[in-house]
Design a protein around this ligand. Structure first.
Ligand code: 5AD
Ligand code: SF4
Length: 467
C-alpha cells in the first residue's frame, strides 16, 4: 500500500476474535481506512489506531475485552507521551451488544461500532478526533454497509473469504447472533459475482462464501428475482480460474434440493461441509428451537452423500443445554457414531445474557457439562483421526497456499480442508497439484507430489493438539 504526501502513513492494528466473518470484516475495515492513510501494523504499541474486533458467541468475551482495553489504556497513554494519538475502536458483536457498558467502563475508548457500520469508519475517525466522548454507531441495516464498502483492496491470497449473507432470524435458544448481527440479509448476486471476479484476478483460487446462515441466502438476481445458494454457486463455478468453492456456516433447515444438486453437479464445490447439528436429541433440538429433528439431519446427510459420495462432514455441538439429560446426551453420541464426522467443534453450554436458554429452568450442573463435553470430544477426536488416516495412500489434488513451517516445505489444503504439507518448490503456491498422502498427523497430512518423478521426501510435522 502506498501513502500520499497529503495523507501521511498511519499505523493501524486490528485484533480479531471469533469467526471467519470477523476475519473478513477486519480485512474490510482495513480496506476502508487505507484511503485515509492507515496501513496495517503488527503490534498495538505505537499504533495510531487500534481496532478490537470482538466476538460474543461464547463465554468471557466481555471480560477478555475489558482486560485488553486495560492494557491498551497504557499503550494509548504512552503514545500520547510520545506526542502522538491512538484512536481506540471496539467493533464486532460485543460492541453491538454492550456499547453503553464499554463507554461507561472504558471511557478512553473513542469509537464503538457494530458489525453493520464499518463503512462509516473514516467519518467516525474524523468525528472522534473532534468529539469529547466516544462515537457510537451500532445501527443495523446491512444493505447500507455493502452498498458503501469499497471494492476489496487488499488481496487475500490463494484462499479468500467473501461475505454473501449476514444476520440470522432463527433465534436458537442459546445464541446471541440474531441480537448482535440482526435480521437476515443477503447481498445481491451482481455484487457477489463482481467481488469474486476481483478476488480471482488478485490471485484467489479458492473462495469460501460466508454468512451466519449462508444457505439461507436469497440474494436479488440480475433479473430481479431471488437466487438461492445453489444457483449462486453455479454462477460462481463459471468464473475462469476459480478452482474451489466452499460455504459456511449452514443450517440444516435451509439445505434445499438445489443446494444438494449443486454438490452433485459442481466439481468446484469441495466435498466438505460444515453443518451444525448441536444435539442428537429431539427434545433438546426442540428446546433449542432448531426447527429440525435428529432424523431430519440424518436424512439430509444421506442425501448429500448420495449426491457427492466423497463428502465429509463437520459440525457444531453443545453439551449441557438447559434441560439436557444423560439420556439426551447419549442420543448426541449416537448421532455422532451414525454420521462419522471428519472434524467438529464442540462447546459446553454457556448462558448468554438475554437469550431464552439463559433464563430456562433445569440448567445442567457444571460437572455434568464437563463430563459430557469430554466424552463427546474424545469420540469426535477418534473420528477425526480415523478420517485423516483414511486419506493415507490416496492421491488427490492439493491447493498450495503458502510455504510450510519448515524450510523447503510447501503447504496447502486437501479437498476436505485438511492442511497438507510436503517438501517441494514454492512455485507450487497458487496451483493445484495431485499429492499422494503418506502419513496422517493429528491435524494435517503429509505426502509426495504424485506427478513426475516426485523427488520429494516426506517431512512429518509435530503439531499441537487442537484447542
Ligand atoms: N453456549 C455454547 N455454545 C454456543 N454456540 C453458540 N452459542 C453458544 C452458547 N451459548 C456454539 C454453537 C454454534 C457455534 C458457532 O457456537 O454450537 O454453532
Ligand atoms: Fe445462532 Fe446459528 Fe441458531 Fe442463527 S442458526 S440463532 S446463528 S446458532
Amino acid at each position: 500500500m502506498t501513502s500520499t504526501t497529503a495523507t501521511p502513513r498511519k499505523r493501524l492494528f486490528i485484533r480479531t476474535w471469533g469467526c471467519q466473518m470477523n476475519v473478513y470484516d477486519s480485512a474490510r475495515m482495513a480496506d476502508v481506512l487505507a484511503p485515509i492513510g492507515y496501513a496495517p501494523a503488527e503490534t498495538p504499541e505505537g499504533a495510531d489506531m487500534v481496532i478490537l474486533n470482538t466476538c460474543h458467541i461464547r463465554e468471557k468475551a466481555t471480560e477478555k475485552l475489558f482486560s485488553e482495553l486495560g492494557r491498551l489504556r497504557e499503550a494509548k497513554q504512552a503514545r500520547r507521551a510520545e506526542g502522538g494519538e491512538m484512536v481506540l475502536a471496539v467493533a464486532g458483536c460485543v460492541a453491538q451488544a454492550e456499547g453503553a457498558e464499554i463507554t461507561a467502563r472504558a471511557p478512553w475508548v473513542d469509537i464503538v461500532l457494530g458489525p453493520q457500520t464499518y463503512h462509516k469508519l473514516p467519518e467516525m475517525v474524523a468525528r472522534a478526533s473532534r468529539a469529547a466522548g466516544a462515537v457510537i454507531e451500532t445501527d443495523f441495516p446491512a444493505e447500507d454497509k455493502f452498498d458503501h464498502l469499497p471494492d476489496a483492496a487488499a488481496p487475500q491470497g490463494v484462499t479468500a473469504f467473501l461475505t454473501v449473507q449476514e444476520g440470522c432470524d432463527k433465534f436458537c435458544s442459546f445464541c446471541v447472533v440474531p441480537y448482535t448481527r440482526g435480521a437476515e440479509f443477503s447481498r445481491p448476486v451482481a455484487g457477489v459475482l463482481a467481488e469474486a471476479r476481483r478476488l480471482v484476478a488478485a490471485g484467489a483460487r479458492e473462495v469460501t462464501l460466508l454468512g451466519q446462515n449462508v444457505n439461507a441466502y436469497h440474494g436479488e438476481g440480475p433479473e430481479g428475482r431471488s437466487w438461492g445458494l445453489g444457483r449462486l454457486l453455479r454462477a460462481l463455478a463459471e468464473i475462469p480460474g476459480l478452482a474451489r468453492l466452499r460455504y459456511t456456516t449452514s443450517h440444516p433447515r435451509d439445505v434445499d434440493d438445489d443446494l444438494i444438486a449443486a454438490h452433485r453437479d459442481l466439481p468446484q464445490l469441495m466435498p466438505f461441509l460444515h453443518l451444525p447439528v448441536q444435539s442428537g436429541s429431539d427434545r433438546v433440538l426442540q428446546a433449542m428451537n432448531r426447527g429440525h429433528t435428529a432424523a431430519d439431519f440424518l436424512r439430509i446427510v444421506d442425501r448429500l452423500r448420495e449426491a457427492r459420495p466423497d463428502l465429509a462432514l463437520s459440525s457444531d455441538f453443545i453439551a449441557g443445554h438447559p434441560g439436557e439429560t444423560a439420556a439426551d446426551f447419549e442420543q448426541t453420541m449416537d448421532l455422532v457414531r451414525r454420521v462419522g464426522f471428519a472434524q467438529a467443534f464442540s462447546f459446553k453450554y454457556s448462558a448468554r445474557p438475554g437469550t431464552p436458554a439463559a433464563g430456562a429452568p433445569f440448567q445442567v450442573a457444571e460437572a455434568d457439562k464437563d463430563a459430557r463435553l469430554q466424552a463427546l470430544q474424545a469420540l469426535l477426536r477418534e473420528q477425526q483421526d480415523a478420517f485423516n488416516r483414511s486419506r493415507v495412500g490416496m492421491t488427490f489434488p492439493v491447493l498450495f497456499t503458502g510455504p510450510g513451517r519448515h524450510p523447503g516445505q510447501v503447504a496447502g489444503r486437501s479437498p476436505w480442508l485438511q492442511p497438507v504439507h510436503l517438501t517441494g518448490p514454492l512455485s507450487l503456491i497458487g496451483t493445484e497439484a495431485p499429492v499422494t498422502v503418506l502419513a496422517a498427523h493429528p491435524n494435517s497430512l503429509s505426502g509426495l507430489l504424485a506427478a513426475g518423478d516426485a523427488p520429494y521426501d516426506v517431512q512429518p510435522e509435530e503439531e499441537p493438539a487442537p484447542a
